[in-house]
Design a protein around this ligand. Structure first.
Ligand SMILES: [Zn+2]
Ligand SMILES: [Zn+2]
Length: 136
């Protein structure tokens, strides 16, 4: 089934596929403006919402409350440091098989999954054992 998308949705999806990282709606908005595309921030949010329901875009919310968007094409997970907020991408995905099992048992069409690990990065571990906060 091919979804009918608006031009704004197509542009946003294309942009997300070319980016190698998760971006906020604001980033998407300013990126599109920079390439001379006249699009409002409200349209960006609306398009992201439709793309999310279609299952081609996923949202990741940072501990800071900021929402970052990526194409679901890109199944990537992160180790997020609670102290400095650094996110380290990991290349393995341990749940692909589980996803297929769930699809079979529940007849549920899974668009994407979230898996994230929280803790302290190496630098912050060193800083906490030294008894002071990281300078960054
Ligand atoms: Zn850290
Ligand atoms: Zn995964």
């Amino acid at each position: 089934m091919k979804a009918r998308r608006t031009r704004s949705q197509e542009r946003i999806l294309t942009l997300l596929k070319t980016l190698n990282q998760a971006v906020s709606a604001q980033d998407i908005h300013s990126d599109l403006r920079q390439t001379g595309q006249n699009i409002g921030l409200a349209t960006v949010y609306r398009s992201l919402e439709s793309l999310k329901l279609e299952g081609v875009v996923q949202v990741r919310t940072l501990p800071s409350g900021e929402s970052l968007y990526t194409s679901t094409h890109d199944d990537r997970h992160h180790l997020t440091c609670l102290r400095c907020g650094d996110s380290i991408p990991i290349n393995e995905c341990p749940v692909h098989e589980l996803e297929e099992q769930l699809h079979r048992s529940y007849q549920f069409k899974i668009h994407y999954h979230m898996l994230e690990f929280f803790g302290l990065c190496t630098q912050c571990q060193l800083a906490s054992t030294a008894g002071n906060l990281p300078s960054a």
